[in-house]
Design a protein around this ligand. Structure first.
Ligand code: DON
Length: 611
């Protein structure tokens, strides 16, 4: 069933949020903020909850689209934007990152005359000051657009609240003058405060806040619009400060009990962001003495406790990064090898190893992988690391991986990456250092990478590959055991067929009226989607399923110039009638070839199912 066909209420998280909403709606404690007169007009009954996942699914319950002013929640996003545009050095020179233990509107600065952190008014006004320095008269428009990108829609200022705070904001004016006295604020106090009051008066809903929080959880990329709003560098620092100072004087208790990076506003909103998972937005204007929404706090706490979302309560097993581990002896590529080459691969199977990796790779996974690779080392010459199920690789793990690759190069092991997902950050980060490493290459598909390793192993034994050779009919496995007279009689029925590179020999869906013996060249059997089922060369038969089935099940293409001998089914029927013993032989050979293929397929299933 498509996700959009599922009624939201049927999803377990929706049911949980609905229970929270029903239970905490009954909590009438707290007061609507009144120090900004306009805020006192909020409806205390309003209560909305929204959760946005990092893959862009939005859960909403209650008054999730009711708008209210963002207030202090803007501080977190403006801090991220200041880091992004002005740079950490400049930002850190004017504002600290220590919890203050004071109320949000405290006029106290740190001993170095810097605000304690960007989440209290003093630090937030300093950050807005930095944006004003940079953007001058355009500062507010710039901030409005940037904050709108976090929300994924154009936000607007609530003019009455803005004016109300400007008229009643003497305490912030005092803070701003103090900052200017200490050189933290450079510009005109009224101009900076104008931008600060406007940013606080932006209208948002719980839904907007959940999208903004999910953008932080998604390393700065808005999961609904796909836009990269800020870098993961700015996000990590912002979430850190939200964790230690986002809930003001209750910050310590918050980390201890809830353990999710969060930020509240006196308008009644809370954002909470859980990296790689979700963003939560709540709205209820009844706030406690510290300025935090009471129902919002209870929702965050319940969510964290019920689902074990505390950031230090991590689950995971580094070993799950390996989806499958095997060598070229147990799982071969889809190229069918002549018996001599097959024997070489069986004898040298330990020279080519494959590790199929899965999930986001972090430090712990690669550390584990480094030990697994060390255990494979004896006799290893080719190592394939398949990344088609890997969505991301952290910087720390890339550093470790680089060391692993250097060790392998010293041990003369060549490494192939396959399945690197195109156009993803992982392709970009790998391509930054892959080309510089000797003995490391990238091949698109895992099957092609295995084929490459097989070719190398065979080549180093024989000095050549048998692909281009021509064979005699007597070398055909399907015809083994026929005597000379039978072979001559059969040969008279065969028609020579030549194909150019890229030409189609057989089309899926057509009636199966003949089979072909490949005399020279290479052919590939492919599904119409392009997926390769097998590659065959001289000495092998193609389209032989015609002996059992009435229609062609796949296409066959000439990968090189190809010469074949075609045996029509009606001619073969006449041959069977006149040479019954040979006919039986051929059918028995076919059964043997199919049994061999089944054994290979069963081996693959066993290897892959054991993970
Ligand atoms: O600076 C102020 O007073 C407000 N505009 C924002 C305060 C706020 O939201 C504090 N949060 N709990």
């Amino acid at each position: 069933m498509d996700e959009s066909q599922v009624s939201v209420a049927e999803l377990p998280l929706a049911r949980f949020l609905a229970r929270c909403h029903a239970e905490y709606s009954r909590d009438q404690s707290g007061e609507v903020a009144a120090y900004i007169p306009e805020l006192a007009l909020a409806d205390p009954a309003h209560f909305g909850i929204a959760v946005t996942t990092v893959d862009g699914y939005v859960y909403e319950i209650g008054d999730s689209t009711v708008e209210f002013t963002i207030q202090s929640i803007s501080k977190a996003f403006v801090f991220a934007l200041a880091l992004e545009t002005v740079g950490a050095e400049r930002v850190e020179s004017i504002v600290g990152v220590e919890p203050s233990g004071d109320a949000f509107n405290s006029i106290r600065l740190g001993s170095d005359n810097r605000p304690f952190n960007p989440m209290v008014n003093a630090g937030a006004i300093a950050c807005t000051g930095l944006i004003c320095e940079r953007e001058q008269d355009g500062a507010f428009d710039w901030l409005l657009q940037a904050l709108s990108r976090f929300a994924g829609r154009r936000l607007e200022v609530d003019e009455p609240t803005f004016r109300s705070e400007r008229e009643s904001g003497d305490r912030n004016r005092a803070i701003a003058y103090l900052l200017r006295n200490h050189g933290v604020l450079q510009g005109d106090v009224d101009q900076v405060l104008d931008v600060y009051f406007r940013q606080c008066a932006l209208r948002v809903s719980a839904r907007d806040l959940s999208v903004m929080a999910a953008t932080l959880a998604h390393k700065g990329r808005n999961p609904l619009t796909g836009e990269q709003v800020v870098s993961s560098y700015a996000v990590a620092r912002t979430l850190s400060v939200m964790t230690s100072s986002g809930m003001y004087d209750s910050a310590g208790r918050w980390v201890y009990r809830v353990g999710i990076s969060a930020k509240s506003g006196v308008g009644g909103g809370i954002v909470a962001s859980l990296p790689s998972q979700l963003g939560l937005g709540t709205y209820s204007p009844l706030i406690d003495d510290q300025g935090n929404s009471i129902r919002g706090l209870r929702t965050c706490e319940a969510l964290s406790t019920h689902f074990g979302l505390h950031m230090l309560n991590r689950v995971g097993d580094v070993r799950t990064c390996i989806a499958a581990s095997y060598d070229v002896g147990s799982v071969s590529s889809r190229r069918s090898r002549p018996p001599r080459e097959q024997a070489i691969l069986e004898a040298h199977h330990g020279e080519g190893a494959i590790l199929e990796l899965t999930g986001a790779l972090s430090f712990g996974n690669i550390e584990y992988l480094s030990r697994r690779i060390r255990n494979l080392r004896s006799g290893l010459r080719y190592l394939i690391l398949d990344l088609r199920r890997v969505p991301s690789v952290s910087e720390a793990s890339l550093r470790l991986l680089a060391d692993v690759l250097d060790d392998l190069a010293q041990g003369h092991v060549e490494v192939v990456f396959s399945g690197i997902p195109r156009g993803t950050p992982i392709e970009q980060s790998l391509s930054e250092w892959l080309p510089d490493r000797s003995g490391v290459r990238s091949i698109g598909l895992l099957d092609e990478a295995i084929e490459w390793a097989e070719d190398r192993i065979i080549h180093s034994e024989t000095g050549d590959l048998e692909l281009e050779r021509s064979t005699d009919l007597s070398e055909q496995e399907l015809l083994s055991g026929l005597d000379a007279a039978e072979m001559t009689a059969l040969a008279e029925l065969l028609v020579e067929r030549d194909y150019r590179t890229g030409e189609r020999l057989i089309s899926a869906g057509e009636p199966a009226a003949s089979l072909m013996f490949v005399a020279s060249g290479i052919v590939s059997v492919r599904l119409q989607s392009g997926v390769r089922l097998a590659t065959l060369s001289a000495g092998m038969a193609v389209g032989e399923m015609a002996l059992l089935e009435t229609a062609r099940s796949a296409d066959v293409w000439a990968d090189t110039k190809v010469a074949c001998l075609e045996l029509a089914l009606d001619a073969f029927a006449r041959f069977r009638a006149s040479h019954p013993r040979a006919g039986e032989r051929i059918m028995a050979n076919l059964a043997r070839l199919l049994a061999k293929r089944l054994i290979v397929a069963n081996n693959k299933i066993e290897v892959l199912a054991s993970y």
